[in-house]
Design a protein. Structure first.
Length: 136
């Protein structure tokens, strides 16, 4: 360890009062508690999502092994119908209708950047935009 570092810190902090350290300590504690709470909240949502997928797969024994694995992993496979898509990745946050009757074509947009192109209820293609998308 560099012996000059403690001296440099002492010189740097000599103008701080005790109240400054207390204030910074409280602020840092708040951010740590917020980060721990948010992490716990997101883990709980993920556990609920996994449970929802497992229950869907157990209730639908007619699923092919490919669809079963994709739903459990939360991924998409071209050819999935709307019900399988929703079981796998959930309901979209936004839908763009491209064409209407007789052949309805939509783009389902998810919060995590997934764009699913659904034509007449069947997934035709999907992609993930690397730019994070947020909807207010």
């Amino acid at each position: 360890m560099n012996i000059y570092l403690p001296m440099a810190l002492a010189v740097e902090f000599k103008n701080f009062a005790l109240i400054d350290f207390v204030g910074y300590g409280i602020a840092a504690s708040f951010f740590v508690i917020f980060a721990l709470y948010y992490n716990k909240k997101t883990r709980g949502e993920n556990i609920a999502t996994v449970r929802r997928r497992e229950e869907y797969v157990e209730a639908h024994s007619e699923l092919s092994p490919d669809y079963r694995d994709a739903i459990l992993k939360g991924s998409l496979i071209v050819g999935m119908n709307e019900e399988f898509i929703i079981a796998s990745v959930g309901h979209p946050k936004r839908t763009q209708i491209l064409t209407v009757e007789p052949a309805r074509s939509e783009v389902w947009i998810y919060r995590n950047g997934i764009y699913a192109h659904v034509h007449m209820g069947i997934l035709q293609k999907w992609k993930v935009h690397h730019k994070f998308i947020s909807f207010s």
